[in-house]
Design a protein around this ligand. Sequence first.
Ligand code: F0G
Length: 458
Amino acid sequence: MKTIIEPFRIKTVEPIRLSSVEERRALLRDACYNPFLLKSDDVIIDLLTDSGTSAMSAAQWSVLMAGDESYAGSPSYSRFKAAVQELMPFKHIIPTHQGRAAENILFSLIGGAGKFIPSNTHFDTTRSNVEASGATACDLVIEEGQDPACTHPFKGNMDVARLGRFLQEHEGHVPCVMTTITNNAGGGQPVSLENIAATAELAHRFNLPFFIDGCRFAENAYFIKLREAGYADRSVVDIVREMFSHADGMTMSAKKDAFANIGGWLALEDDTLAERARTRLIQIEGFPTYGGLAGRDLEAIAQGLTEIVDEDYLAYRLRTCEYIVERLIEQGVPVVLPAGGHAVFVDARAWLPHISPLQYPGQAVVAGLYELGGIRACEIGTVMFGRKTDGSEEAAPMDLVRLAMPRRVYTQSHADYIVEVFDELNQVKERLSGFRIYDEPPTLRHFTSKFERLAKAH
Ligand code: F0G
């Protein structure tokens, strides 16, 4: 069969309230043109994030009842740990309430002033946790990964030659090497196994641990199966194990590729570091057999991990974004190519050349999508990354808009509706205007900044 169907049927539904364009114009104005300040009830299709927004399966809902809420030694922890180690056989599995807590613990231990932490691309919370420790976060993705139109199959790859020069230049000041799979900030692009192995080998040559930010590990593994020579006949589970066999630990948000609504973990091989991490965990999250989670959350994650590596699910999952990307290309909307795993990324800078980067073309697209179709998307560009630590502002390397697809939530007709809204917006794109920020916090400004619409272009 040519049609890749949603490999599930729907048992529970959440009604969506359909609103009018006029209503949404007022709602967005009241939210100061920041989609994070909208109420989710006022959103028709919510593509703000794929994080924590998965539909859980009947099996996940049923294991919630088996959650054991004991403070210490809960069997739910044992099941969680076993499910993680089935895929990522690290020695120490430390549960946290979400991914950023794992990052916070790791970088509070190995970061610090004067240190440099390289990655293909740090995501915003990772960067923020690195910087909060006093260290500098450095992105060394391959050049192709910065070019939205380039169709390299593994645009999330680390530039290994640059990493080599970087490690030499900063020798003695680099505590670890990281890689994010898939590369969220760079367009949901995968990292090849060859690149993971080469990055790890280089890190180890400098006696440094290699950590993977594994939020979207299953999507990355399926891309490897589809695109990397020698992996077509290997199972996703096998590929996942091989990916993590190169690493000395990982940070994870179970809100992505574990189908959970909350949760995460820090996994480590090093006993001493794990001991220090557990001490820190107790200070800020909880006892090491629950971290910041309820026992039932650990159960949902354990079950979710068995479902996320299902290859029928992954085929459908990757096809969703690819389908939307194909339709947008037909309309002439510039998108990051090839389609990413969890999201469609629109190149707002290329689509709206009449809006300069410091007037936030991505925010203009976000506002247009909401007003026209009630779609909530997220700017990943100059709003998110433009403010520097010294207070200055400069254009981010790209001005993208991310349409992140929640897992197992929307259907093909929702996808067709998204495509139709883009078609409508494309007709009026010359009339979209830029924005000015009139109120912003010192860091992570995209979450709470308030915007004012600049005079409309003609
Ligand atoms: N690493 C990556 C690559 C992420 O995408 C995220 C979260 C995190 C770490 C942090 O995990 O949310 O559980 O604390 N990304 C979400 C997003 C928020 O919308 O992309 P968390």
